[in-house]
Design a protein around this ligand. Sequence first.
Ligand SMILES: C[S@@+](CC[C@H](N)C(=O)[O-])C[C@H]1O[C@@H](n2cnc3c(N)ncnc32)[C@H](O)[C@@H]1O
Length: 310
Amino acid sequence: MSFSQPKTTIDEGDTVILYLTVTNVYAIEAVPQIKNKKGELIDNVFQTNFGALKVKDIIGVQYGSKVDLTKGWAYVLQPNPELWTQTLPHRTQILYTPDISMILYQLEIRPGSIVIESGTGSGSLSHYFLRAIRPHGFLHTFDFHEERVQKAQEEFESHGLGEFVKVTHRDVCENGFGADLDGKADAVFLDLPVPQLAIPHAVKAMKEQGGRLCSFSPCIEQSGRVCEALEQQGFVDIVNLEVLQLEEVVRVKNVPVMNLEFVKHKKTESDKETKTPKETKKYVTSSAPSSVAGHTGFLTVAELPPLFAR
Ligand SMILES: C[S@@+](CC[C@H](N)C(=O)[O-])C[C@H]1O[C@@H](n2cnc3c(N)ncnc32)[C@H](O)[C@@H]1O
C-alpha cells in the first residue's frame, strides 16, 4: 500500500526503497520470510554492495530512517514513481522521468483525467499517470503480452493503486480500446512499434469535446508516420519534441576587454586596434555544449478538436 498514501512506518508487505547511494537504489518487499528453491520458508535476506539486510528488521521502522547493513548502512524510503522507475523490474524498455514529465504536461493530465495508455510494458509511466489522476481519474492501460498484463495488475494492486487502473490484455492496433471506452478518454498515450494503426481507435475513444494524444517513437521515421496518421484523423497542433538534458559547460576563460569609447570614435571598420583589443581579463563563463547526448525518442503530441469542429 506504500504508493497510495503518505505513511510513517513500514508495514509488512510494503514496497520499500533501500537507498545506499545515488546509483545504488533498490526496491524490496517488506516480507520477513520467503520460500527457497525447495519450497521451504527461510529468512528474507537482501544482499547489497554494503552487505546484507535482514528484511524483518525494517518492519515497524520509520520511513526515512538509516538502517544497518552488515558492511554499512542505507536509508529506507517510501516509494514514489521517480524512485520506482529507478528500481523496477524491467520486463520491457521503459520510459524515464525527463520524457515522462513532458508527457504529463503535454497531455494536460490532472486529477480526474481519464487516460488510455498502450502498451503497459513495465508500468513505469503508468505509476506517474496514477499519481496525477487520483483521486477521481482512471487509467485504462492495454498490452498484448499476457504475462506483462498480469504482472502489472499484481504490482498496481500491491502498491495500493488497483482501484484507479484497469489493465487489459489486447492488441490495440487490431482491436482498438473497446466499445465501452468510446467517447470516454481525455488523453491517449501510445508507446508501440506501429502506433499509427492505433490512432483511428484513439479518436473513437476520445471525448466529444476532444483531447490530447502523445506517441513515443524511438526514431524519426516512426514519428513521421505518426504525424501523417494524426493529420489524416483530423488532429491539429501536431508537434514533435525531443527531451534532452543540456548541461552547461562552466569554465574560466580569457576574454578580450573591449574599449567601447575607443570603438565608438574610430572611423573605419578595418582599423586593427578595434579588432584586436590588447587587454584580456579572466571570467567565469558558461556555454551550451556543441552536441547533446542522451537521445531516447521523439514525443509526437497533438490536439483532437471537439467533434463539431473536426
Ligand atoms: C516499450 S514497452 C512500453 C513501456 C512503458 N511505456 C513503460 O514505461 O514501462 C511497449 C509495450 O507495448 C506492447 N505492445 C506492442 N504492440 C502492441 C499492440 N499492438 N497492442 C498492445 N500492446 C502492444 C508490448 O508488449 C510492450 O509491453
